[in-house]
Design a protein around this ligand. Structure first.
Ligand SMILES: NC(=O)c1ccc[n+]([C@@H]2O[C@H](COP(=O)([O-])OP(=O)(O)OC[C@H]3O[C@@H](n4cnc5c(N)ncnc54)[C@H](O)[C@@H]3O)[C@@H](O)[C@H]2O)c1
Length: 324
């Protein structure tokens, strides 16, 4: 008996020069809305699917693209009646993104991030979508690093349900590649920051610090502040998504490779805002890794690199927050 696997038929497609119709789930959120801008500016057709649970319609209606047409679908990725007719590529960013919520409510986290992703994959299959680009988390799936910076071959050992649910999303996508030949690129982001990040959320330490200082409140650092993160600017992340249209079936870290401690980060922001006071220190948070920086050699081989450094990105974020 001869077995024919679909993977051989459509192992790799590319979209060079093509006008592509993309569905961006979570497109009204922080990162998703920058991807919307990037794709519109490159003359692609954009459909946004978002339930506006943490996102805001303002992110896609109130910016420089407001003269361009965005189709907006106010739906949940878990809905039964998602219509993906005519979509070439799904860029999947809708998610429960809060580490602490995932620790407190793992079922809720898994429901959105795992079952929601499976539901979307079923629609992708049903409507014959050619490719998925998936936002995973380099900060959460690897767990505490065995070596630094962490490359894509590093063992996966999440320390929180959020990291686990993102990894399950990755594995389901790879399963749909094996079963149905679905093309994919999985992007494992470092800590993304920049304009439109919600300072009221829990995820964006940079916008939270800026917001507190601008309100004359002392920011809180959880732990001793020597924990490190790899901060990557959102415009560079949007660019990675555009380039990923033509990347093949693989997992790619998107970060800077640089470790910055939370104390150093606080100092950069304090300097930018001329803030003279010290932060408050509180006990460390459950589920968070102590150190992380991503090895981005693979992304560089594919032609991507970060272009906006931490200081410049912080300036842009401050300017945006002052303009609100
Ligand atoms: N911000 C980071 O540093 C970071 C790092 C690694 C990975 N990521 C991933 O990037 C993606 C975007 O994150 P973000 O920081 O822009 O967060 P965000 O909260 O701003 O964006 C998420 C968007 O998804 C929407 N959404 C949530 N649940 C939904 C559902 N069930 N159905 C439809 N829409 C839903 C929200 O309304 C929001 O617009 C997420 O998948 C996140 O896991 C983010």
């Amino acid at each position: 008996m001869i077995l024919i696997y679909p993977i051989n038929i459509s192992y790799f497609i590319n979209f060079y020069g093509d006008n592509v119709k993309v569905l961006i789930t979570g497109g009204a959120g922080f990162i998703g809305s920058h991807i919307v801008d990037k794709f519109l500016n490159n003359n692609h057709e954009v459909v946004v699917l978002d339930n506006l649970s943490t996102g805001n319609f303002r992110n896609i209606s109130n910016n420089k693209n407001n003269n361009k047409n965005i189709e907006f679908i106010n739906k949940d990725i878990r809905d039964n009646d998602l219509n993906l007719e005519g979509i070439d590529v799904v860029i999947h960013h809708a998610a429960q993104i809060n580490v602490r919520t995932s620790v407190e409510k793992p079922v809720y986290d898994g429901n959105i991030n795992i079952l929601g992703t499976i539901n979307l994959l079923e629609k992708i299959r049903q409507y014959d979508v050619k490719k998925i680009i998936f936002a995973s988390s380099g900060g959460a799936v690897y767990g505490e690093p065995h070596y630094m910076p962490v490359d894509e071959k590093h063992p996966v050992a999440p320390l929180c349900p959020y990291g686990m649910s993102k990894y399950c999303g990755e594995e389901y996508i790879k399963l749909y590649n094996r079963l149905y030949g679905l093309n994919y690129t999985i992007l494992r982001y470092a800590n993304v920051f920049g304009e439109r990040q919600d300072p009221m959320g829990e995820a964006g330490v940079i916008s939270i610090f800026i917001d507190k200082i601008m309100k004359n409140q002392r920011p809180t650092i959880f732990g001793d502040g020597n924990q490190t993160r790899d901060f990557v600017y959102v415009g560079d992340v949007a660019n990675a998504n555009l380039m990923a249209l033509n990347w093949k079936n693989e997992i790619v870290n998107i970060g800077t490779g640089k470790e910055t401690s939370v104390n150093e980060l606080f100092d950069v922001i304090a300097r930018e805002l001329n803030y003279k006071y010290k932060p408050i220190y509180d006990k460390p948070r459950e589920g968070e890794v102590y150190r992380i920086a991503l090895n981005i050699n693979r992304a560089k081989e594919l032609g991507w690199k970060p272009t906006v450094n931490l200081e410049e990105g912080i300036k842009r974020t401050v300017d945006w927050m002052k303009s609100l």
